[in-house]
Design a protein around this ligand. Structure first.
Ligand code: OGA
Ligand code: MN
Length: 223
């Protein structure tokens, strides 16, 4: 029998600490920002991975809405995306899935969020592209519980724009620069947010922890 590869203690420990900080942030304010959530080498490898996917033509214009209402609207959302597929995860993506597993366990164990799956994509904004103020839950589908954004950009400067602007209430907002290694998490239902235009390409890995979808039949039977 082959033993399952174990995580180096240092990596496992860092994941536990980050999960704890995120759980505390979500409980206290509804959001958390962790700088250097991943090693610079891991971020560089993910950046390279996304560039090679882009070179292969695997990114598509992002849409808004769901199902038949789905439409490309660059006046609202100007990024191009490539969905992640865990079954076909590249070597450099393994650390992301492992970290997300640890975080999901912490979210369920400490906050009872009942999240089961994760859907996510790379998102690439060309200079000038933006995502207007929005919420991450759809009108007809509230399965998204926690939004996560991991930035993959090298040495980002404030003057380059591209901040994530979280509207945290009472006219207040929090701006987060898309600095490589920074991981932002927030309660998907709670916050409107927007992506400001940048002067250089802006790369992120974005996704959502989801609760189990309600059975359509169960809803219909209720009436
Ligand atoms: C999104 C989003 C934020 C960011 O893709 O829904 O809000 O900072 N992204 O990229
Ligand atoms: Mn969003």
């Amino acid at each position: 029998m082959i033993a399952a590869p174990r995580l180096p203690a240092r990596v496992a420990m860092a994941q536990a600490v980050h999960s704890e900080i995120i759980v505390e942030g979500l409980a206290a304010t509804g959001y958390a920002v962790v700088a250097d959530a991943f090693a610079p080498e891991a971020i560089a490898a993910l950046r390279e991975r996304s560039f090679s996917l882009d070179a292969r033509g695997e990114f598509v214009a992002a849409g808004i809405g769901r199902g038949t209402a789905r439409a490309a609207r660059s006046d609202i959302r100007g990024d191009r995306i490539r969905w992640l597929d865990r079954m076909e995860a590249a070597r450099e993506e393994a650390v992301v899935w492992r970290t997300l597993d640890a975080l999901r366990n912490a979210l369920n164990g400490s906050l009872m969020l009942g999240v089961w799956s994760f859907e996510g994509h790379y998102a690439l904004y060309a200079p000038g592209a933006f995502y207007a103020r929005h919420r991450d839950v759809f009108r007809d589908d509230d399965a998204r519980v926690v939004s996560c954004v991991l930035y993959l950009n090298e040495r980002w400067h404030a003057a380059e724009g591209g901040a994530l602007r979280l509207h945290v209430g009472e006219g207040k907002c929090v701006d987060v620069l898309p600095q490589g290694g920074t991981l932002v998490t927030f309660l998907a239902e709670r916050f409107e947010h927007e992506v400001l235009a940048a002067t250089r390409p802006r790369l992120a890995l974005t996704g959502w922890f989801r609760r189990r979808e309600r059975e359509p039949h169960a809803v219909a039977r209720r009436g």
